[in-house]
Design a protein around this ligand. Sequence first.
Ligand code: AVJ
Length: 335
Amino acid sequence: MLTQLSKGQLEITYLATLETLNNTENQEDKEVKNGLNEYKKTLPSKYFYDARGSELFEQICELPEYYPTRTEASILQQYAKEISEITGACELVELGSGSSTKTRLLLDAYQTKEELCKYVPIDVSESILKDSAIQLQKDYPSLQIQGLVGTYNQALTQLKATSLPARMIFFLGSSIGNFSPYDCDIFLNKITEVLEIGDYFLLGIDLQKPQSILEAAYNDSQGVTAAFNLNMLSHLNKKYQGNFDLNLFAHQAIYNTEKNQIEMYLISQQIQVVNLKNLDLTVKLEKNEMILTEISRKFNVDQVKKELETKGLKTIKIFTDPQNWFGLILCQVIE
Ligand code: AVJ
């Protein structure tokens, strides 16, 4: 289904379209429905990322309070070359590629060694994937780019074997922090299922640090994170013909010190009833009722390393910044 690309070619494939044929699409609808029908209401974090949401996320990455992006970039800046030397030539598969800005640091490292042949960016947001793939193609004319528009699961299910000596899946920005421990376990199983012995997995994780720093990063003074959180409602309005009124919700992010996770909420400012036509769903919200839209877990490197090991992913090297705020774990599938 995915075509073989030659040097310098760009192709974008829409996985959701392929999946509709198998009728697995309404699995997604169920997630939204179930989440809003729960006693503690939740919504899936992936709905942050429509075109506007991806734009707002790019703005978040530039905020003075939001340290993860620039910290991870500084680590990549310093160690991309070393990473490329460890793995050698490989197919680079990126989950949640977004603007692919940090990716360029890796691409540069692989490019100078003429080791890079293929980049596979995966993102749920079609617009940002397309725009950044086209831009990358201009800047890296000899690179093969196979963009996949879809969820992590869709993409991982449909990846085909690579003809390159190895593959490295990378998952930056600590997006793995969006998964509950249970979902994380399932996700890592999927990763090891897709990878072959000798393949690599590069994982970015945000590390535990004082509550005040964390809460500031998710409640920024310019209100960009608030707009990002609220935008999920306008995305759902479009997708499901809904009537969420963004003015009737407030953003708040709280650090849960027991679970070591930021929890982002949309808080209903009054009693209200919301309707999502295409889901045949009516939701009643109390005043101050909270909808959990995201968890962002903060990790301990040794724990993550151990967990990866139980999945047959052996840590080759851990890279961090001088403050130990963020970590990049390079691991390899062993027998
Ligand atoms: C893209 C999931 C890594 O959890 O820090 C940023 C998303 N949410 N500000 C994160 C996010 C609010 C981000 N990840």
